[in-house]
Design a protein around this ligand. Structure first.
Ligand code: NAP
Length: 324
């Protein structure tokens, strides 16, 4: 396993992480706690140290954190737990009026996450999605206090645009607050919009990036066909349109690219993502032990500059598209 610093910070994570939005997800093999714990522990055994969850994940909010806490309680000091607040908790943190970046809400949300994760501290607390009501200085003030109290080690954000990343950086600097060290955004070979604003902003302000949906919900694994989804796979029970509407000519070229190099499509996707600056860890969601093991070794293949150029032609980045 490779390890990387998250941006300019002192937090070090495995370059392949484990995304926990499958824990407690209805219809997924990891919807029950026994299977979920087994899959998470397989990730630890495979050398993964970074686990990314959120308070909102699970059939009922909080379930993913609870399963993760159970799975990691014997190895707590050896792993990095990232969680998030700010999505709708369906009332479990009380009435919030949508102001989930507010001081009062954050304190409540973090206390609940600590309880479910069965831990005294959160390594990386991420603001899941910007709240349009609360000024960022109030959010940063509350997060700064949680770090001072020892309940949180580092803070990050998710789903912010370039200008929001820049604003948060300068407000923290002006007020002398702890600053965000990471950005978590939608990013994979088939959706490279993060390259327009988010990656350049993250690089400029010393943030590490965690790409989410790294396999585009599984489409980039090679297990789907235009007219068939394997039984029990995610796109067989949600977002089925992604399979029928995908660009299959492009996906066939991609399958050939991987085959010619003797690697899997998962390896190609993860190696490509981890070659993009400033990606810190690819948070791979998995529902089975074998998937975890495959994902954990995906960086054994290192992309050459020729490989990267071919993939650039195959999956053009949006700024290149705009130029033509
Ligand atoms: N910040 C945000 O707003 C946000 C949003 C979404 C996700 N995330 C984070 O990003 C993480 C990753 O995203 P994701 O899990 O939704 O999407 P993803 O990584 O694009 O896709 C995950 C799916 O791919 C399949 N898969 C994984 N490894 C495989 C392998 N080796 N072989 C075959 N299939 C494999 C599994 O599908 P099956 O279910 O078919 O087995 C899994 O459910 C999440 O867990 C979460 O932590 C954050």
């Amino acid at each position: 396993m490779q390890f990387r610093r998250v941006g300019d910070s002192g937090l070090v994570v495995s370059a392949i992480g484990f995304g926990c939005n499958n824990l407690g997800r209805p219809n997924s093999p990891t919807q029950d706690i026994t299977t979920a714990v087994r899959v998470v522990r397989a990730a630890v055994d495979a050398g993964i140290t970074f686990f990314d969850t959120a308070d909102a994940y699970g059939k009922t909010p909080g379930q993913s954190e609870q399963y993760l806490g159970e799975a990691l309680n014997t190895v707590r000091e050896q792993v990095i737990i990232g969680t998030k607040f700010g999505m709708d908790m369906r009332g479990s943190n009380g009435v919030d009026f949508g102001a989930r970046g507010s001081r009062q809400y954050i304190v409540k949300a973090v206390e609940a996450s600590l309880r479910r994760l069965d831990t005294e501290y959160i390594d990386l607390l991420q603001y899941h999605t910007p709240d349009p009501l609360t000024p960022i200085d109030e959010t940063l003030g509350a997060l700064d206090q949680l770090i001072a109290d020892g309940k949180v080690r580092y803070i990050g954000h998710s789903n912010m645009s370039g200008w929001q990343i820049s604003q948060a950086h300068y407000v923290a600097k002006e007020l002398g607050r702890e600053r965000f060290i990471s950005a978590q955004n939608h990013y994979n070979l088939m959706d490279r919009r993060a390259e327009l604003e988010v990656l350049p902003a993250a690089k400029t302000f010393g943030l590490g990036v965690f790409p989410y949906f790294p396999l585009n919900n599984g489409l980039l694994t090679g297990k789907y066909r235009q007219d068939a989804a394997p039984e029990g796979s995610r796109l067989s029970y949600v977002r089925q349109h992604m399979v029928t509407e995908a660009n299959w000519e492009q996906l066939t070229q991609y399958a050939n690219f991987a085959r010619e190099r003797g690697i899997t499509e998962v390896e190609a996707s993860f190696s490509w993502l981890s070659a993009q600056q400033p990606v810190a860890s690819v948070i791979a969601g998995a529902t089975r032990v074998e998937q975890v093991q495959q994902n954990a070794s995906a960086l054994d293949y290192e992309m050459t500059s020729h490989d990267l150029a071919i993939l650039d032609e195959m999956f053009p980045s949006p700024d290149r598209v705009a130029l033509y």
